[in-house]
Design a protein around this ligand. Sequence first.
Ligand SMILES: *Cc1c(COP(=O)(O)O)cnc(C)c1O
Length: 337
Amino acid sequence: MHLSRFPRLHFAHLPTPLEPMPRLSEALGGPNLWIKRDDCTGLSTGGNKTRKLEFLMADAQQNKADTIITQGATQSNHARQTTAAAAKLGMECHVLLEEQIDSQDDSYVYGGNVLLDRLHGSTISRRPGGSDMDAAMEELAQQLRDDGKTPYIIPSGGSNEIGALGYVNAAIELMTQANDRSLRIDHLVHATSSAGTQAGLVLGMEGMNSGIPVYGVGVNLPKAKQEEKVYNLAQRTAEFMGLNPDIVQREKVVANCDYVGEGYGLPTDSMVEAVKLMAQYEGILLDPVYTGKGFAGLVDLIRKGHFKKGENVVFLHTGGSVALFGYPNAFGLPANV
Ligand SMILES: *Cc1c(COP(=O)(O)O)cnc(C)c1O
């Protein structure tokens, strides 16, 4: 787990805080809940992509890139953090936004993350839902090369074996925090999607023999596909690090995809409840697409007795609250107050 052998830039605010959530723990009457604040990584309101970008942007610089290309859904937190990192490093940034949700709502189409993408000076272009986004990025890269630029493509969510190093690092950081304060972590729970976060965490936790199970709550794919995606990336990341891929056994990759609802980015009642619980018991903002559904899963599992009283459960807050401003009408709040 020797990450210093890989190129890395340091722009995240690390270590992120690990905080108890006493009010919410009491209200739910289950395990002791903790929160790891990766919503506080510092870059353009923070989030989990910033850790990945420390390694990805270093690789881009090593490849002498002057232009970054990436893609995501309209309200992509990954796109926002990438545009901010590119701005900070003085690089041009092109973002392709896929219209995965059929929404004409101005808040969704122009607000939240899209507003920030534009403030950071990136060039945005939109593609219909279902487009081959990897092909679209390649096509744009070719155009930019023809113009004499040196583009660097960052895949969806920053999730490849380079980006996942950011979450191997997060696993080491969390273990150190737990050891420093003699906190026995029984479970680590987080929202999982493009897989880089969970792949890095599982590889880190298994590589350190931590005994801490990682529990992903899916927000997009069905269970079998989500787990396969995480497992494959964890194996590739181990190989990339020069480690034995068998460090990560298939059964250590767990994703519960029962909380997706109608689909990616579409609000659910349990998401709305989870966002309000966290906001009203701990003063912390979740988001409607990822952490709201991820935390909804944790709340439901607590109610079903999946986690025991006395256990310590850490919820990894992966950020995204900017997207709340893309969904102002999802929360059933009267408009005229
Ligand atoms: C991208 C994202 C996730 C999911 O992380 P992956 O590495 O893509 O699985 C979770 N929460 C938020 C807020 C995100 O932006």
